[in-house]
Design a protein around this ligand. Structure first.
Ligand code: NG1
Length: 468
């Protein structure tokens, strides 16, 4: 078993410091690890996205950092073909399920569906392999449903530990691609940002990530920059209404892309990234103008009008956009789909992300702050995924002297991120405490609701038996 040392042992990957090792020891004790032949631990961080929100599922870039909050999973092979899991947090019930070709999901909203997603992803990636079962214990310091991607920290750590127990290896980018695809098992048609940064994150760096295929460029965080992350305490629960809103945005963006593709005579366009990649000198303004000239700003949610514009049958479009089975997207048909506004957000956000990677790299924090503020405005007005609480907390951060502030993650609740000068971080936190937490009378607050978070390393696995 790994012993606590003053500094992380030299032979361990970055991220396994004393604190994380102490967590591992507790989880291993809970697992009853002593006497087991092989004990593996995986650690996967959550993330905070600096800019590039709701762009990943359109195949367009993002600029997140992996954070110094993580999910750790400790596991040992068992003799059954089952996954047996318990969580250090008693709020999440223990679960046991069989490894089978097609694992049936638990009821919507069950936390263990994220585990099933990860296991199913590995099964699909290595078809025909005999996979051993495992007993595992999960412990997380990434707060759930707060926009810091606790879900991906869980799926990434589970997939990595399961692969290690079974002696399977993949390149990090392949693992990210596999886990991103597998997370759709839970019914969210998300992109690959969270899994990519959780796996590929780098200490003191943000990652400029492009998709299809995943490519990553590390951007050094300027030494004088601090990231204050504050939880609005409005739960962005991705299993209910928020999932429906999220998936609706995915459909709206894909429709905008297909209409633009047809207007520009491009073949096979499915996402806005396909349009951008086909037109080297694209600009958000020009593409939005083209879209406005081709389609009404809003289209009926029954997809009839959209099918007419695209010259395809309504049934075919329905099947392609909404899918089928347990992950089919159900659209509320009482309101129209917003085509123009959503495209305007995604395309203008893409311009901001590209610019942000450059200005951050050059240490131009003021410009970075301006881009983050513009991102929040676009998310609030065009993407309609902010809330009055998120707006209020963003305002408090700015009033406290933040250089820029915005909601981070999917929105509809969750957290905000504020870019500050290191010297000013505590003033920003104070302003949020006084202007938000006290005003909304949210009671006695745990310290870590708002904190300065640091860009940390990506996920890794250690063999505890080898480090004993
Ligand atoms: P969070 O904040 O973790 O729900 C979601 C998606 C991301 C991305 C952002 C919005 C998942 C697992 N994550 O993040 O891929 O689309 O929203 O930028 O679906």
């Amino acid at each position: 078993m790994v012993q606590a040392k003053k500094e992380a042992p030299m032979n361990l990957p970055d991220g396994w410091d004393d604190e994380e090792l102490a967590r591992v020891r507790k989880l291993a004790a809970r697992l009853g690890a002593s006497g087991r032949a092989q004990i593996i631990a995986a650690r996967a961080p959550g993330r905070v996205n600096l800019i590039g929100e709701h762009t990943d599922y359109s195949g367009l870039p993002v600029l997140p950092v992996a954070i110094d909050r993580s999910t750790i999973v400790v596991a040992a092979a068992n003799t059954t073909s089952e996954i047996e899991v318990s969580n250090a947090d008693p709020a999440w019930q223990s679960r046991r399920f069989a490894i089978e070709r097609q694992i049936p999901p638990y009821a919507t909203g069950d936390w263990a569906n994220y585990l099933k997603a990860a296991i199913q992803g590995v099964i699909d990636h290595f078809p025909g392999r005999h996979l051993r079962g495992m007993s595992m214990v999960v412990g997380s310091t990434v707060p759930p449903a707060s926009g810091l991607s606790s879900s991906s920290a869980l799926t990434v750590s589970t997939a990595m530990v399961f692969m290690a127990i079974n002696g399977l290896e993949l390149e990090p980018i392949e693992t990210a691609t596999m886990v991103a695809r597998s997370e759709r098992y839970v019914g969210t048609h998300g992109g690959a940002m969270d899994q990519s940064v959780s796996i590929l994150g780098r200490r003191d760096h943000a990652l400029f990530i492009e998709f299809n295929p995943i490519r990553v460029r590390a951007v050094k965080m300027p030494a004088n920059a601090a990231l204050v992350v504050a939880d609005s305490l409005e739960v962005a629960d991705k299993s209910g209404k928020v999932r429906a809103e999220y998936n609706r945005r995915v459909v709206e963006c894909s429709l905008a892309a297909r209409i633009l593709g047809r207007a520009l005579n491009l073949d096979g366009v499915k996402i806005l990234g396909d349009v951008v990649r086909a037109i080297p000198n694209w600009s958000a303004v020009n593409l939005v103008e083209k879209l406005a000239a081709t389609s009404p700003a809003r289209l009926d949610a029954n997809l009839k009008e959209a099918a007419n514009i695209l010259g395809v049958s309504q049934t075919a479009l329905d099947a392609e956009l909404l899918g089928h089975g347990s992950t089919r997207i159900e659209l509320d048909s009482n309101r129209p789909l917003e085509i123009l506004k959503r495209a305007r957000h995604v395309l203008s956000e893409t311009e901001r992300v590209i610019r942000a990677a450059d200005v951050l790299n050059a240490g131009r924090l003021d410009e970075m702050g301006t881009l983050m503020n513009a991102s929040h405005q676009s998310l609030a007005e065009d993407f309609e995924c902010s809330t009055s609480r998120l707006d209020a907390i963003v305002e408090c951060a700015r009033r406290g002297g933040a250089i820029g502030a915005r909601l981070t993650g999917a929105g509809f609740g969750g957290s905000i991120v504020a870019l500050c000068d290191v010297e000013n971080a505590s003033a920003v936190i104070e302003s949020i405490d006084r202007g938000y937490y006290e005003k909304f009378a949210l009671g006695a607050l745990p310290e870590n609701l708002r904190a300065v978070l640091h860009a940390g390393p990506g996920a890794s696995v250690i063999d505890l038996s080898a480090n004993a």
